[in-house]
Design a protein around this ligand. Structure first.
Ligand SMILES: N[C@@H](CC(=O)c1ccccc1NC=O)C(=O)O
Ligand SMILES: [Zn+2]
Ligand SMILES: [Zn+2]
Length: 212
């Protein structure tokens, strides 16, 4: 049997991709053209590191937390379950308890009710109850991926869900695109760049279905 194909679930980094209100937008341009240099085009980018599909380092919300270059790459490669929670706006431990949990899954990707729209920063997000963090730790989850720009509300100051996840040893992947992905078992690769001292990094996130 032939292997399933890798599927890209990354938001494209276009010059009109949405950014966190007040944060540095994404921009790619040619600093030099082939015409100017006589040999090559040379691009340059400016951007917040919390841009498009990205991961948070604990240093994003904790001055003593690890930075992106210090994180184990193994967090971001391996088995992941896509869970469809798009029928609710409040994601609680009670809701998650209703799904079938398998021992070998240590990463979950939540497909929420928020439609993928990389060019618009959403006004409202589905709510992730911070109490899901200890629940997920109990299930030995190490990475939580979501199809929204943050695991907390955009106007949140205390970032309760970010902290709860961190306190329970769960890393965060944000702004994946799951509108065309059905629930089930996958392999995931979503590697951050090794940016020294950074609080986050864009990733290229891809998944491949595992037949069970
Ligand atoms: N927590 C969000 C980002 C975030 O909170 C943020 C990003 C850029 C500028 C300000 C931000 N938050 C609060 O003012 C994230 O993890 O991507
Ligand atoms: Zn972030
Ligand atoms: Zn975040």
């Amino acid at each position: 049997m032939s292997e399933n194909k890798w599927i890209d679930i990354t938001q494209p980094l276009t010059n009109d991709i949405a950014h966190w209100p007040g944060d540095t937008p994404f921009s790619f341009e040619l600093a030099c053209t082939k015409k100017e240099t006589g040999s090559v085009n040379i691009g340059q980018i400016t951007s917040s590191v919390h841009m498009g599909t990205h991961v948070d380092a604990p240093f994003h919300f904790d001055d003593n937390g690890t930075t992106i270059d210090q994180l184990d790459v193994n967090i971001y490669i391996g088995k992941a379950a896509v869970i469809d929670v798009s029928h609710v706006t409040n994601i609680t431990p009670k809701l998650l308890e209703g799904y079938k949990w398998e021992d070998d899954v240590t990463r979950i990707l939540l497909r929420t009710s928020l439609p993928n729209n990389p060019k618009r920063f959403p006004k409202e997000l589905p709510v992730l109850d911070p109490a899901i963090a200890p629940f997920l730790q109990q299930k030995e989850i190490k990475l939580l991926g979501v199809d929204m720009p943050s695991v907390d509300a955009p106007d949140s100051n205390e970032l309760a869900t970010h902290h709860a996840l961190h306190d329970n040893g769960i890393y965060i992947l944000e702004n994946i695109m799951l509108d065309h992905i059905s629930a089930g078992h996958y392999e995931l690769i979503a590697l951050p760049l090794a940016i020294q001292g950074a609080d986050g990094s864009p990733v290229r996130a891809v998944i491949r279905r595992i037949e069970k």
